[in-house]
Design a binder for this molecule. Structure first.
Ligand code: T3D
Length: 256
């Protein structure tokens, strides 16, 4: 697709988006934000899972601090560039795995945490680095993080801006899994392959239901579940899933 700051490759139904500015730990500049947004918003048909990862030894170091133009109007930068990028992740048509291959700092940490599943290599860490430069956490961090780890831990992470190791992040429930470095690539591959062969429509509905759950009361959530389950029940994958069960064979889901 002619990207310069990211690599974007598709194989076996999995799109791998690699942040590719390793000399600056994949810091986010304007072009990279636009390219991430475009890649995730215009997925070719046949893609049933996205893996978001970083080139080199880091995942992403957050805002490119050499880019003075972004800093000139932070509110506009967040509204016009970060928000579309975050929405492209959370509203992606298919599940997004963040494969955190190294340190994830500032908006880079929150980009990872916006994904549906976060798998980190054991030597990776997550840093809410913002107060180190006199800012507040952005890129969705103040919404996402307290919901996964609770207020006390979120507040500590954000005030002290200390690295949280991948193991700690898993123990706190901030990420799905911390994996030994030697097993990381295979673990990510296996999870991505599983999602790419799964019931894509059901996955989309699960993500919608969980995203709505924190704002809904139980009545509203029950209604939402009924509506989404109604949709899932009309999918070819539901018929295939039940047929495969009755025939005692693995289901061959098509995503339809
Ligand atoms: O500004 C706005 O538009 C508002 C939005 C704000 C969102 C934010 O994300 S604010 C937070 C910005 N990020 C940070 O404050 C993190 C800055 N980086 C670091 O703290 C550290 O680099 C890391 C903890 C990520 C990694 O540390 P380490 O020791 O492993 O690597 P390093 O040596 O610090 O970095 C390697 C190179 O990457 C280095 O360049 P050099 O010396 O080899 O030429 C370093 O300057 C560069 N680099 C790292 N982070 C950034 C960066 N260059 C530009 N921007 C960065 N964010």
């Amino acid at each position: 697709m002619g990207f310069e700051t990211i690599d974007f490759e598709i194989a076996d139904g999995v799109a791998t988006l690699t942040l590719n500015r390793p000399a600056v730990m994949n810091a986010l500049n304007r072009q990279m934000r636009a390219e991430i947004t475009k890649a995730l918003s215009t997925l070719p048909s046949g893609v049933r899972c996205v893996v978001l990862t970083g080139a080199g030894r880091g995942f992403c170091s957050g805002q490119d601090l050499t880019d003075g133009s972004a800093a000139a109007n932070l509110e506009a930068t967040l509204r016009d560039e970060y928000e579309p990028m975050l929405r492209a992740v959370t509203q992606c048509e298919v599940p997004v795995i963040a494969a955190v291959n190294g340190v994830a700092a500032g908006a880079g940490a929150n980009l990872a945490l916006a994904a549906d599943v976060v798998i980190a290599t054991q030597s990776a860490s997550f840093i809410q680095a913002f107060t180190r430069i006199g800012l507040i956490p952005d890129a969705g961090g103040t919404w996402i993080i307290p919901r996964s780890i609770g207020l006390a831990r979120a507040m500590g992470m954000m005030l002290f801006a200390e690295p949280v190791t991948a193991d700690q992040a898993q123990e706190w429930g901030m990420i799905w899994q911390s994996v030994p470095d030697t097993e990381f690539q295979n673990a990510v591959k296996a999870r991505a392959a599983a999602l790419a062969k799964g019931p894509t429509q059901a996955y989309r509905a699960i993500r919608e239901a969980l995203a709505a759950s924190s704002a809904n009361d139980l009545d509203a959530q029950l209604q939402l579940e009924a509506r989404l389950q109604g949709q899932a029940g009309r999918s070819a994958d539901f018929i295939e899933g039940v047929t495969a069960f009755l025939q005692k064979r693995p289901a061959a889901f098509t995503g339809r």
